[in-house]
Design a protein around this ligand. Sequence first.
Ligand code: NCD
Length: 360
Amino acid sequence: MIMSKYTNLIDLDDMSSEQWLKIIKLAADISENPSKYSKVCEGKIMATLFYEPSTRTQISFQTAMLRLGGTIIGFDNPATSSVAKGENLKDTTKIVSSYADIMVMRHPMEGAAKAAALMADCPIINAGDGSHLHPTQTLTDMLTIYKEKGRLSNLTIGLCGDLKNGRTVHSMCKALSDFQGIKFVFISTPELGMPAYIKDILKVKNCEFTENPVLENAIGGLDILYMTRVQKERFSSEDEYLSLKDAYCLDRRKLSKGKNDLIVLHPLPRVDEIPMDVDDDPRALYFKQAKNGVYVRMALVMSILESPNASTPLLKGEVYPDFRCQNPACITQKEDYLPKSFTGTEDMCVCEYCDARSLR
Ligand code: NCD
């Protein structure tokens, strides 16, 4: 077992559903009484290391820390840092985490935040690791659902678009399947379908899901419609992206088939999957959702910085030094020094960084 000295947020599994609910309720209070919290992080420094483009996640984390009275350091373009000179993730993490009290990382490779947490001298928050996970977007989504619906249970949630590469929907399935009466409807083409490992998690937790490739047919039964963009940057071929990019579009005609109390969410950025004239529909809540991202990140940062350092397990499986995860997007492909740790069986290994399965 390889431990961390800190309370990190790599995956929402790192916390129980009671703990998330506490963070959501704290975020709801912050949104009502922001001035009450304006000094709680005075003297603290947050580092934001963004190896991949971001608008909302990065700026909302920075706003959150500034609104809590703390300060921020970091980079949003690795090309202007020593990463461009070939510095590895370990060295960058070791140095920056010795300067800061908390570090937020976005990286194109899957499992990068966990790899950073192995090396860091402060708590790490995963702000998106490739196509894998995006836990703080899920906290944002949960806060929005909680405020609008008054509950996180007994909801039918349609996830539409690129469910294969969209990390936000992976984190959402993992988190909301812990609540009572959640049903998912996966609205995607076979090429953009939800990964098998997420479906397996839902099966183990007895969380109902169905698949319906036609948005127009599925929309009438939904309480929440979560639209996503086709993730251009994850395709190896431009032609494949072009053939799928217009697979789904929520226009006003389709939206007219949704319930009156449907809410439409989108992590943003949108491309063409929601035309702008949908923005005026009162059910379109994605801009409100993005604003909630600040409050939930304030609650998260505060909670992590206030929690005493605790030993938390990072790698629980077996280390196989001579075997490598077969996912080309896994962080262990690039950062060779990382302990290659797997759960699963001797023959079917599940990588502890990216959750991919490899035959051994
Ligand atoms: C999402 C992301 O980066 O995964 N955006 C965000 O964080 N709000 C969704 C996306 O890029 O499509």
